[in-house]
Structure formats: structure tokens, C-alpha cells
Design a protein around this ligand. Sequence first.
Ligand code: NAD
Length: 491
Amino acid sequence: MAYAIEKEYGLYIGNRFVAPSSNARLESLSPLTGEVLCVVPDANAADVDAAVSAARAAWPKWFDAGPRKRQALLMKCADRLAAEAERFAWLETSDTGKPWRESLANVHTAADRIRYYAGACRALEGNTLPVGGTILSLDFREPLGVIGILGAWNFPLNMFAGKIAPALAVGNAVVYKPAEPTPITTLEFARLMGEILPPGVVNVVTGNGETAGAAIVAHPGIRKISITGAVETGRRVMAAAAATGKQITLELGGKNAQIVCEDADLDRAAQGILLGAFMNQGQVCTSGSRILAHKKVAQALGEKIVALIPKLKIGDPFAKDTTMGTLCYREHMDRVLDYIAIGRREGATVLAGGGRLAVKPFPNGLYLQPTLFGDVTADMRIAREEIFGPVATLHTWDDEDAMLAESNGLDYGLAAGIWTRDFGRAHRLARAVEAGRVWINCYNLFPSGAAFGGSKGSGFGREDAFETMLAFTQVKNVVADIAAEQRRFYE
Ligand code: NAD
């Protein structure tokens, strides 16, 4: 079943689509056919200002409504999203090229994230301090006000829901900018939330990072920036946010190791590595693409992965059993192809894949073969740089300390996977790897409530968890003296 996509969207401000202040537009192209799916405003500073004004007017009342009311309304948003899961999954697949079954799972994860925060905000408490005597010290958690949020293109709906929900749950209003290639589900979900939430609580401006995004980061009415994106972008945004003293959360890229020990269940590891490296066509910040396999099992593991790759169903992403779709946009696919060429030039061996694919019914779709490189050494660019596509590298080791040095030797520190049957070793390695998220005998599981985020160059701040919500609040401390009479200090 196909659903409608608007040919032209406006900016979503104050619960309605409004015309931008200029004629500048961006096109969202289909990764399946190359056709224009829709055009959206390329917002400028005046448009951002209008969105911030709506958000500033909205948040005090939204906060005053109290957690019970906010919970009820956010739950309604989640229920409406889940009720329309098939439509949202179809829109997501149209805009990103990801397989329908992943899009559908993403919609339900998005609804779950909102429900988590809707419930969690009821548990927010302040502290009292036992000062003694007649002095009271009371902490109140208050929202920051207006939050500016910049999303990446790989999980557009999930990211939108997961990033705005903790901010909204504690009484902030948001101005959100989706990434340039994939604005559709963000705009459609904002429209749906606008039927439930007060005007101005959720605002969406579309546009280029260097202009619309930069205007959000610079706006003096915004108190905090939360960005998911590439490392270089995060650093640029952090420097710009400093000019107006904004707080910041950085969810950035990764180059994540999957450590396979000699005692691992290799069938299980091969399945997990397939998911880790090729889910969402490898366009995942946690992509477990750096496979560090013990020398005794590396060849057998490589053979198992190569044997599993043909079982991936690459094809029409709308078909319910397709497990791999297209890359998201042409320039990005070209970048991934460049990395495959670099790997060949560096002397790595292509064990599987290595090029484009023409697949029915979208012969011009941006399909790439799932690719595995062998004979990889730690100094190669394909072993060090984030490729963000369906490309994995197989490395070997026989000394655990040297393996850990390789695993931790990059400036990234987002995620890692550990495959072993030895419980103690699994936990020792989990403590030793420099990563914000470690999976043991599984990969790419993201339960709501489990703190997610990077260390080192991969960023700081945590998402998906209770503490995410706290990071969108500030403590106001009130000290009161309940003595019957005023103390006399100067007599
Ligand atoms: P990107 O860095 O190009 O853009 C991210 C967002 O920032 C976009 O909305 C963009 O428009 C905006 N932006 C770009 N330049 C800006 C500027 N100067 N000022 C303000 N805003 C600006 O990233 P992308 O290509 O959309 O996403 C891919 C990257 O995101 C990868 O590196 C991936 O690993 C990372 N990512 C990280 C996580 C995580 O949770 N850690 C999740 C998904 C993706």
C-alpha cells in the first residue's frame, strides 16, 4: 500500500505549516528512483527566530501543566504514532531506502522512547538538605526553556522522537532541524503531535546545516543544543554554541570494534556481526564494522560471515521480507564506494561484495553489496575511518593486550561488541574497551532506559535514559528560614 507525500512542506511552527521568509528550498530525493519526493524550506535566521519565538511563548505554560498532564499528552502522541505505524514506516522507507521491516521496528521504538519519558517524568524529584534549625533548603528541577536539536539522516523518525521526548517531558519546548536528505517523517510526526500538544511546544525548521542549523546554534533564545552527527560537525557546533554560552550534548560517529575471542560461539558471532555491520546498510553510528577476531578462529569466522551474506535479502525495500535496502543518498553512496576503492588500493582482500548492485524493481536504486575485507591491518584507512556503509573489515589478533591497544587506538569511543563464552573475560574486556556502549554476545540492541552515548571523540552526554531527561533541566535551590522572627545579624 502506498501513502501520500506532500509535494511541498512549510516550516512547522506553532502547530501549523507556515511559509518561510524566502524562496530557498531543498529537495528530498528518492534513493530508489532519484525522483523528487518533496521540497522543503531552506530556512534562514529569520525563520529560526520565528520558531524560537513560538517555543519561548509556549514552554512556561507547558511546564506549568505539570508532569501528569505532560505524560498523558505524550502518551497520546506515542499511541497515535503506533496506530499509524504502517504509514510512517512506508514514508521512512521512501525517504531513506531502508527496508520496511526496519522502518516498522523504528516506528515502534520511537513510540517506546516517548512512552519511557512520559512515564519517567512523573518520577522526577527534588532534594531537601538537612541544614538544621529553622533553615529549609529545597531543590526544584526546572526546564531550561527552549532546546535546539539537530538530527542526522540515518534514523530520522527515531532520532526526532528520541531526542525531543526527554526535553518535552520535563517542560521544555523544542526547535528541531532534521538532516537535509530525510525530512519527511519528522514533518509528518510534528503535524500529528500538533493535533495533541499545545502550539509552539514542538517546532520543526528544515534547511542546510551551515545556515538553518548554524542559526539555531547561534540563537540567544536557545539554552541548549543537542546534536547527532559527524565528529567534525559536532566540534564545529560546540565551538559556535560556546559563543552564547549554551550547554551541549554531542552524539557523534563511531568506528566500533567487534571482539571475537577464540572460545566464542562462532555461529552466534557471525549472525551478530552481520546485524552489527549491515543493519540499515551499515549507516549506523554503532556499526560494528571493525571485526577483531582471534587468529585461531578468524578464518572460520570469515567463512561463516561470507556464507551468511547471500542470505541477506537485498531488493525492494517495501517488500516485507527484504533485509537490505539502498543507501540514503547518492553523494553518500559515492563516498562509501571511494572507501571500497581505498581498501583495495591499501592491499586489503575483498572477501565478499565490493561494488554496486542493480536490483529489481529499482534498477537505479542506490544499492551496494555487503562488503567484507580481509588481510586488514590497523594502519589502513578502512580500519581507522568511519565508512558509514555496508563495509566491514576483518582483523586478526593473538595477544589480548595488543588487541585492546588496537581496539582503543582510535579517537572514536562509541560502541563495542564482545563475543566469548567466558563470562569473566567478557566483563573484563567490557571494562577495558573505551566505549560508551558495550554489547556482550549480542549487538545493536537499544532498550529504552539504557544510557547510550559516546566517549572520547564520539561525544558526551547520554541519550535514551533517565539522565537524558535530567540533562534538560536545571536545579533551582530555594533556601528559606521558617523561624518566627527575623535573625539579627548586626547586633
Ligand atoms: P552531519 O554531521 O553532516 O549533520 C548532522 C546535523 O547537523 C544535520 O542536521 C546537519 O544539517 C547539521 N549541521 C551540519 N553542519 C552544521 C553547522 N555548521 N551548524 C549547525 N548544524 C549543522 O551528520 P549526518 O551526515 O547527518 O549523519 C551521519 C553522522 O552522524 C555519522 O558520523 C554518524 O556516526 C553520526 N551519528 C551518530 C549517532 C549517535 O547517536 N552517536 C547516531 C546517528 C548518527
